[in-house]
Design a binder for this molecule. Sequence first.
Ligand SMILES: Nc1ncnc2c1ncn2[C@@H]1O[C@H](COP(=O)(O)OP(=O)(O)OP(=O)(O)O)[C@@H](O)[C@H]1O
Ligand SMILES: [Mg+2]
Length: 298
Amino acid sequence: MSTQPASWGKRVLCTGRLYCDIVMSGLPCVPAPGQEVYANGLVLAAGGGAYITAAYLAALGRAAGLAAVLPAEPFAGAIATELGNAGLDLGACSLAAPGVDPQITVAMILGGDRAFVTRRAGPAFPDTLGAAIDSGAWDHLHIGELASLVESPQVIARAKAAGMTISLDCSWDAEVLARDGLAAIMQGIDVFFPNRAEADMLAGYEHLAPLVVVKEGAAGARAFSAKGSIHRPAYITEVVDTVGAGDAFNAGFLDRWLFGAGLADCLDAGAYTASAAVARHGGARGLGRLARHKPAAR
Ligand SMILES: Nc1ncnc2c1ncn2[C@@H]1O[C@H](COP(=O)(O)OP(=O)(O)OP(=O)(O)O)[C@@H](O)[C@H]1O
Ligand SMILES: [Mg+2]
């Protein structure tokens, strides 16, 4: 018989856009129009907030699944091994519809800086998402991007009807952040995770959910709830690459939150998991197993 509290067993389904990231590194400069520059490294990796948060949850030992449309071939094949090794339930993933462009991000890495070009294609959520929610197999739904929720806001009512709690990362999308009516669309979200720049674009962001967690990069993170706000620092670590830090933070935070921990512990757990992300290259490729944060005695 398991000696773990039942809440360790809460299962998380992550949903949102899944990309094949084409990551070119070692560029001498950003190419100007009409110019060609040469990369000295190339990696194909799975990307998108839903996948990265799911992979970090699984690495922490929590049961996690992904509901996403696979990028059209040949790019689904390019990330199949990575997805298969991430320890995720992929039963709610579906193939891209015929004729849809592959969903790809081209990332150009120049020293500490990076530039991205992304092709979003097809719907953000797979057709299989509704059945996965209704199945009763999942306790919590994490949505990787606000833009995806804006596309299909009815997902909240469906998840609530299934008794799930819901979290939402924001992710930068200037057009979506500037639109009216976001508070109504987000009604029913339990935890909202913008970063500082995203929060600053949203009037009254502290009140967009009962719990709003603003990620502030090296300055840590701040949680706003009915009890006020609480700030916790980041973990000091050698920064190799901050890609995926915010999504890894979400995983560490949610893992503790689903256990019913206090907000300071949840923030520390988020920062701890994010510190593992900033200490490695890329998103979640080859992540392996991660230790859970041990809460400080208070
Ligand atoms: N330079 C850094 N040094 C230490 N920790 C960092 C650094 N950057 C990010 N982190 C950690 O990662 C967490 C989330 O990072 P950040 O605030 O950059 O989120 P984000 O902008 O959503 O990230 P992403 O680029 O993945 O979307 C921070 O709260 C912090 O714990
Ligand atoms: Mg982010």
